[in-house]
Design a protein around this ligand. Structure first.
Ligand SMILES: [Zn+2]
Length: 238
């Protein structure tokens, strides 16, 4: 009697028993030939999904993607998944994610890392991909696109080598002019470390780091719709 088929089946069952099915979590499939998001065939605009993006996919879209899968670059911003991306769920062979305990354990650790990062992150961070157009308008008075354009203009003139620092400095600048919150209050929003005096100094320095030339160019057009002038801010300096 040929028993090899049965043995294979037993082995499969054995493996299945060790895997844990997570309800309500989709499996992206492990194919490297298709984009995880849109299911398009692989092409040169696709990249291997970085770990933070795979974690975003899990947290935001309830979809598990194993290491090595790919997606189109356009769905990423600043190495994170854009939150409003729509996932094409057609033709997914295995809707439920079945995971080996070791994979699950790694995932758990990665998620803990993400939680820790989230708990220490600032309330406002203009490097955060989930900041909406509405958020930009509310805080800075500019749309996301306008802000992006402005940032590209001034970046070469800024001393900060860190993109996050420079971007948030530009945001602080406009927040100050638009809302007239004190430097201390803005420092608290951006979770700047140290005491209030230190926060005030850091925000004040960020404010001063925005080139005067940019202000001269942009501000006159917007005076009269609620912005303070730079000199008014310097007078208050709170
Ligand atoms: Zn795609």
């Amino acid at each position: 009697m040929d028993t090899s088929v049965h043995e294979d089946q037993n082995q499969d069952q054995d493996q299945d028993q060790h895997q844990l099915t997570i309800e309500n979590i989709l499996f992206s499939g492990s194919s490297h030939k298709k984009c995880v998001v849109c299911r398009g065939e692989v092409n040169t605009t696709m990249i291997t999904m970085p770990k933070p993006v795979r974690l975003d996919l899990l947290v935001l879209k309830r979809m598990y993607a194993p290491r090595g899968v790919r997606c189109c670059r356009k769905y990423l911003w600043n190495n994170r998944l854009l939150p409003d991306v729509k996932i094409n769920t057609d033709n997914r062979q295995t809707p439920m994610a079945k995971l080996e305990p070791t994979v699950l354990l790694n995932l758990f650790n990665d998620l803990l890392g993400l939680l820790q990062e989230a708990s220490t992150t600032s309330r406002l961070d203009f490097m955060n991909a989930s900041m909406s157009n509405e958020d930009y308008l509310t805080w800075t008075g500019w749309t996301k696109e306008q802000f992006e354009h402005m940032f590209m203009l001034i970046l070469p003139h800024m001393q900060s080598s860190c993109n996050r620092e420079a971007r948030n400095a530009l945001a602080m600048f406009w927040i100050k002019l638009k809302t007239n919150l004190s430097f201390r209050q803005i420092g608290s929003l951006f979770n700047i470390s140290g005491n209030y005096e230190n926060r005030r100094k850091v925000v004040s320095r960020s404010f001063d780091s925005i080139p005067q030339a940019l202000v001269d160019k942009l501000l006159p057009k917007h005076l009269g719709i609620g912005y303070l002038s730079r000199s008014e801010v310097i007078d208050h300096n709170t």
